[in-house]
Unconditional design. Structure first.
Length: 165
C-alpha cells in the first residue's frame, strides 16, 4: 500500500486529512451506478471484495448529539451497543439531510474522515481483524484502503462490538 496523494480530481476532505496525518492509504475508484441503493455492497461487488472488508459510515442521534458508527457492510448497526459504547442509553438513525449538512458529504459517499465537524466515532471491533479496511473516500465511486489504526487515530475513535452480522 502506498501513500496516495490526491490526483486526477480525486481529492476529497478525507484524502486531504489522511495526507496531512501522514497515513498510508490507497484510493480505489469504481464506476458508481446512480441507481444503486446499497452503496457499500455496490463498492464491494465493484472492487471484488468480501462485504466484511468494506465499512459503511452511519450517523446516529444520541442523547449527546450526532455520532458516527463505522460498521461492515455485511452487517447492521446495533443501536443499543452503539449508544453503550458512547456511554449513552439510546441512539436512533439521524435524518439524512441533517447528516449531509453536518458532515459535508452526500449519503452514499460519507467518509468517517474529513467531516465538517468532528463527531464522536465508534468503529466496529471487527475492523481490527484486518490489515487494511475500505471505506468511502467522500464520494460515491471512490473507496479508501488503509490500516484500521489510521482511521481510529485520525478521528480519535473508540472500538466496540457495534455490528450485528
Amino acid at each position: 500500500m502506498s501513500k496516495t496523494k490526491s490526483k486526477g480530481g480525486q481529492g476529497t476532505p478525507a484524502t486531504v486529512a489522511l495526507t496531512q496525518a501522514t497515513a498510508e492509504f490507497t484510493l480505489h475508484p469504481y464506476d458508481h451506478d446512480p441507481n444503486a441503493q446499497a452503496y457499500g455492497e455496490e463498492a464491494a461487488d465493484a472492487l471484488g471484495l468480501p462485504y466484511e472488508r468494506i465499512f459503511k459510515t452511519l450517523v446516529a442521534e444520541t442523547e449527546a448529539g450526532l455520532a458516527v458508527a463505522v460498521v461492515p457492510v455485511a452487517g447492521k448497526l446495533d443501536l443499543k451497543a452503539f449508544a453503550a459504547a458512547l456511554k449513552g442509553k439510546r441512539a436512533a438513525m439521524a435524518d439524512a439531510a441533517k447528516v449531509e449538512r453536518v458532515t459535508g458529504y452526500v449519503v452514499g459517499g460519507i467518509s468517517p474522515i474529513g467531516q465538517r465537524k468532528r463527531l464522536p466515532t465508534v468503529v466496529d471491533e471487527s475492523a481490527l481483524g484486518f490489515e487494511t479496511i475500505y471505506f468511502s473516500a467522500g464520494r460515491r465511486g471512490l473507496q479508501i484502503e488503509t490500516a484500521p489504526g489510521n482511521l481510529i487515530r485520525i478521528v480519535q475513535a473508540v472500538t466496540a462490538p457495534i455490528a450485528k452480522l
